[in-house]
Structure formats: C-alpha cells, structure tokens
Design a protein around this ligand. Sequence first.
Ligand SMILES: CC(=O)N[C@H]1[C@@H](OP(=O)(O)OP(=O)(O)OC[C@H]2O[C@@H](n3ccc(=O)[nH]c3=O)[C@H](O)[C@@H]2O)O[C@H](CO)[C@@H](O)[C@@H]1O
Ligand SMILES: C=C(OP(=O)(O)O)C(=O)O
Length: 419
Amino acid sequence: MDQFIIQGGTSLAGEVTISGAKNAALPILFASLLAASKSTFLNVPKLRDIQTTEALLSQLGARCSWQQDTLIIDGGTVDQIVAPYELVKQMRASVLALGPLLARFAEAKVSLPGGCAIGARPVDLHISGLEKMGATISVENGYIHAKSPGRLVGAPIFMDTVSVGATENLMMAAALADGVTILENAAREPEIVDLALYLTNMGAKIKGAGSDRIEIEGVEHLTGCEHKILPDRIETGTFLVAAAMSQGEVLCLNTDHHSLEPVLEKLKAANAYLEIKEDSIYLDMRKRELKAVNIKTMPHPGFPTDMQAQFTALNVVANGSATITETIFENRFMHVPELQRMGANIRLEGNTAYCGETQSLSGAQVMATDLRASASLILTGIIASGETVVDRIYHVDRGYQRIEDKLSALGANILRKKA
Ligand SMILES: CC(=O)N[C@H]1[C@@H](OP(=O)(O)OP(=O)(O)OC[C@H]2O[C@@H](n3ccc(=O)[nH]c3=O)[C@H](O)[C@@H]2O)O[C@H](CO)[C@@H](O)[C@@H]1O
Ligand SMILES: C=C(OP(=O)(O)O)C(=O)O
C-alpha cells in the first residue's frame, strides 16, 4: 500500500487550483444513466472514486471516454441493471445507481453499500422513498432488488433525517416518474443544486433545489447534455486550513466562496486574514495568532462534517481550547487517536472532542482511516517536527486529486512511496 512520507516544519505559500467537486461529480455521473444519449462533463476531478464510477457505468454498458478533465458518457448503450458488490464495496456512493436504473429500466439490483469507518450509514430512506413511488423492493443476499410495474409514480415523500444521498437518489428517480414528487426535509447541499442544474438541462422539471422542499414533475425522456462540475468546497477548505495551520498564505483558484460560508466564518473566527473574490479565496496567517474555534457539524448550511477532521487538526495547533461536536456520523473521530500519537492534547467524550493547548507535535507513523481523517493527518505532518509516515493513503486518493503534488507546489515536503 502506498504511503506519504512528510518532513515537517514547513509553512505553505503560493497558489493552488481547486478541482471539481467529488460529491457533485458522483451523483451527476450516475444521473447520466437516465438518458439514452451522450453527456459531456467538464471539470471532472481525477480521483479513485471517479475511476470506480467509470468502471461501474462501463459494467452497466455505458461508453465512457476522457479528454483531459472532460468525461464523455454515452448512456445509449446501457443494457445491464446490476451494480455488483466488487465495485460497490469500493465506494458507497455506488448506491446512487439505484434511482436512475430503476427509473429508466423499471428494475435495478444494487449491492448494499454497508457501513464504513465513519459510521453505519444505512440506506433506508433511499429504499422507503422509492417504495413510495411504487417500487417493490427486496433486500436479499446483500443486494437491493427494486422493480416497478412500469414508470415510477410521483409521490409526496417526507424524510425524517436529512440525507444528501437519499435526496439525490429520489430526485433522479422522480425526474422520470409519472406525476409530481415532493421531497420534504430534503438536503440543501450545493452539490444537490448542481445535480438539479444538470437534470434540468437534460429536460427535467425541478423547483426548490437548495431548499428543504424540492418539487419534481416527472417527464417521459431526458436527453444528455454538457455540464461543468462545480468546484470542490471541501478541497478548498482543506487547503485554507493547511495555510492557517502552517502560518502561511495560500490563494485557492477556480473555487466558489458561496458554498463555503460556514467554513470561512470559522477561519475568520480563528483569526485568519481572508480575501474573497468571485472565483478565488486568499488566506494569510503570517504573523497572526491562530485561535482555537468551537465547531458543531450540521447539514448544509451548517458546518460540514467533511471539514471536521481538518478543523480538529487546526485546533490542535491553535492557541486556546475549543470543542468539536460531530452530529452527522456516529464514529467520525478516528483521526483523534492518530493525532494523539503525534502529541495532540485532545480528549474524546461521546461525540465531542475537547481540544486543549498542545505543547509540541512530533512526526510519527500514523494510519489513514477515512478520507478526511487522512487529510487531517497530512496537514498535521506538514507542521509537526521530524518525519511523519501516513499509511493507507488509498483513502486520500478517493477524494483528493494528487494532493501531494498540490501541497509540494506550496512548499510542503511530501513524497508518495509506492508499495
Ligand atoms: C458522495 C457524497 O456526497 N458523500 C457525502 C454525503 O454522504 P451520504 O449521502 O452518504 O450522507 P447522508 O447525508 O445520506 O448521511 C447523513 C446521515 O443520515 C443517515 N442516513 C442516511 C441515509 C439513510 O437512508 N438513512 C440514514 O439514517 C446517515 O447514516 C448519516 O448519519 O453526505 C455526507 C453528509 O454531508 C458527507 O459526509 C459525504 O461526504
Ligand atoms: C465521507 C465522504 O465521502 P463518502 O460519502 O463518499 O464516503 C467525504 O467525502 O468526506
């Protein structure tokens, strides 16, 4: 397994170009299954999760081809309805094939994604929503098997938990259903708005994406089109935190500040100097005192759980004490014991991490357990004294495009050691 070898004690400076958002690209690429024609996607990040999606779409019969960071998917040749365990186990978001396949072919068989390091992550809301739209669903031998007698039927659907994935799956299914679907207590993430934009350009009739009530009037056919994936707000936030932790200055290019409000507010509270322009964000932390900040993760527009681990690392370096409360996933503190091995003064109690003042951080051999936990270990390795070795970096490769190249260009001393 590949590792990152980091020589610490560096401060980051320079420019970094932000890639397209993983969490927008994944549902949007699956949505291409809804049309029997070609879609062209611009600004697609080159990530392991995107490769897995491409493999799954190809397995279903779609034709995929790349031109630099543009991915063309032709859904006209799709003739399979099974998403097998071998691919779904590599990426939970594969469950997003369920809604589009069922809506277009009246049948889909998708392996149950199961939990992962951060929590149990059930898919009950995806299943019950599709049932309300007329599907018959059985879960057998580890597979979700969904069938419908004809087109799905629009329905009112109230979700008792705010779920990004369920909102996306049901929005995609409803786009081809007969009649109107109303999703209540829907997730409001910017990635949902981007998916709605793509679906609308395909011919779907969607109102309210970005609010907690989304109304979808089904149409009989959708047609492939061109779509540019929005910039990755979590990658942007990760580089801004890296600059703040290392007392450096970084300009993030090709980004979008509108989706980053809660993160930028916390960076200001941490005493960072920010310059926000339409498609760039500059952060300067030189000669400024970094202050610890309290964080509580919430569905959008609250503070994103995908930035929690990075801010835990920031608090370890900052002056003062603060708490980090995780409310979305029950087990998203796997980075804490690894940070403690580097000298971090953190105490975990239930879903709250108490971050006290840390005297010094020293490099250590640490293990990446999930995507954002890995990012927090890398950022801490950059500023700790001595050498940090991060194991199991395949987690990082799921969601960051060549993070070591981008960090090296900013002055970090980080190398990938091939297994
Ligand atoms: C590919 C992608 O976009 N991943 C993001 C997506 O994951 P994902 O879509 O899997 O996350 P959800 O929003 O669905 O999960 C939120 C909470 O709802 C629960 N839940 C979800 C579905 C369900 O049927 N039943 C249920 O109880 C989950 O266990 C979790 O506690 O949103 C998460 C929350 O912002 C982010 O951390 C992930 O990066
Ligand atoms: C948890 C994440 O992704 P996924 O839902 O794909 O596991 C993430 O991007 O931080």
